[in-house]
Ligand binder design. Structure first.
Ligand SMILES: Nc1ncnc2c1ncn2[C@@H]1O[C@H](COP(=O)(O)OP(=O)(O)OP(=O)(O)O)[C@@H](O)[C@H]1O
Length: 337
């Protein structure tokens, strides 16, 4: 297995803002690695540090065994989050323009076909829809048939069909051996594409692994959602029958959420009995849905945990600050005395 990207202990601050606080990751050849995390977590800064467009304050990056500043650019494809090509070029001219930067570049029409835009080749870039523009931008990163592809939010603004075109393309590239590092806020995208997902929070990776493993470890339990207008008190009894159904006991919770009752940890085999109980009790409901935990649950659980840790730290800092202020005040009072 060839390790293509290695980032170790990356730190980056902008004034008072800590963008990276010791981020480390490594990506193997042919792997699709998805970086997820809240706005401002540091994903773009990490991508920029890994591709040599920003210099970290501390830490190191090896990209294809080289420094990001000196690595052979012919082997890289980079789609920045904000990418504004000239408007007064057609889609085909734009791809041709980027192809012209490389020796032996791919045929622009093949690239446009890859992103499902062969028919839009003669359309001015400015006349393309936002999603089509983003797809052309994705295409422009493929002109040199890169070994490593960094895609910062590749599918933002792309409609569901176009998104699937890009997903299939990324899957094909990875199958052919291209290493892909992408950032996304779309958990379905991360779960579908990524061999490994890294959750970035406050500039560091707080979890990293196979999406299924992350879901098993952090995703929590299945959820049964019962859409009902009934008063919460009228539904209290549900806790009991469901709770009694638990063999191991403990862990199951019933919560009110947006006009629905959400029961965690219900097995599919239990649903029939639960529905019977609802009907016996004359509880009206308009819908019932059962879902297994997914990457979004992992994201929400870990982001929440990180936020609570941070808030806890802040509260502790504030308490310490208050103590220190108190000590100082006591000291000053002592001096005065
Ligand atoms: N060039 C810059 N100058 C000043 N601050 C910056 C700069 N680049 C990033 N930051 C700050 O660093 C932090 C991390 O930003 P970054 O863009 O890496 O986050 P992100 O995870 O990509 O966010 P998003 O999901 O919104 O794209 C933010 O607080 C941002 O405001």
């Amino acid at each position: 297995m060839e390790t293509v990207v290695v980032a170790e202990g990356l730190e980056k601050t902008y004034g008072e803002t800590v963008a990276l606080s010791g981020a480390s990751l490594s990506v193997e050849r042919g792997e699709v690695f998805a970086l997820i995390g809240p706005n401002g977590a540091g994903k773009t800064t990490l991508v920029r540090a890994m591709t040599g467009t920003t210099e970290p304050d501390a830490g190191s990056v090896r990209l294809l065994g080289d420094s990001p500043r000196t690595v052979d650019r012919n082997r890289l494809g980079v789609l920045p989050q904000a990418f504004s090509p000239p408007d007064r070029l057609t889609a085909r001219e734009l791809v041709s323009y980027y192809a012209g930067l490389y020796d032996g570049a791919r045929d622009p029409d093949d690239v446009l076909a890859d992103v499902g835009l062969l028919d839009a080749g003669r359309t001015w870039y400015e006349d393309l829809s936002g999603g089509q523009q983003r797809r052309v931008c994705v295409g422009s990163t493929l002109v040199n048939d890169p070994d490593v592809l960094f895609l910062d939010e590749p599918t933002t603004g792309i409609d569901p069909a176009g998104r699937r075109t890009v997903w299939r393309l990324i899957e094909e590239l990875a199958t052919a051996g291209t290493t892909v590092v992408l950032t996304t806020h779309d958990m379905v995208e991360a779960e579908r594409l990524a061999d490994r997902v890294g959750l970035l929070a406050d500039g560091a990776l707080v979890a990293c692994g196979d999406p299924d493993d992350l879901v098993r470890t952090h995703g929590g339990e299945s959820r049964l959602r019962i859409e009902t207008d009934a008063e919460p008190s009228a539904l209290d009894f549900l806790e009991q029958p469901v709770a009694r159904a638990m063999e191991a006991g403990g862990g199951r919770r019933t919560l009110r959420e947006d006009g629905a009752l959400v029961v965690s940890g219900v097995e599919p085999a239990e649903i029939g009995r639960l529905v019977d109980t609802l009907e016996e009790r004359g509880i009206e409901y308009t819908g019932l849905s059962w879902s297994e935990p997914d990457l979004e649950d992992v994201y929400l659980a870990l982001a929440d945990e990180t936020e609570r840790e941070r808030t806890g730290d802040l509260e502790a800092d504030e308490r310490e600050g208050a103590d220190a202020t108190g000590d100082e005040a006591a000291g000053r009072a002592g001096e005065t005395a």
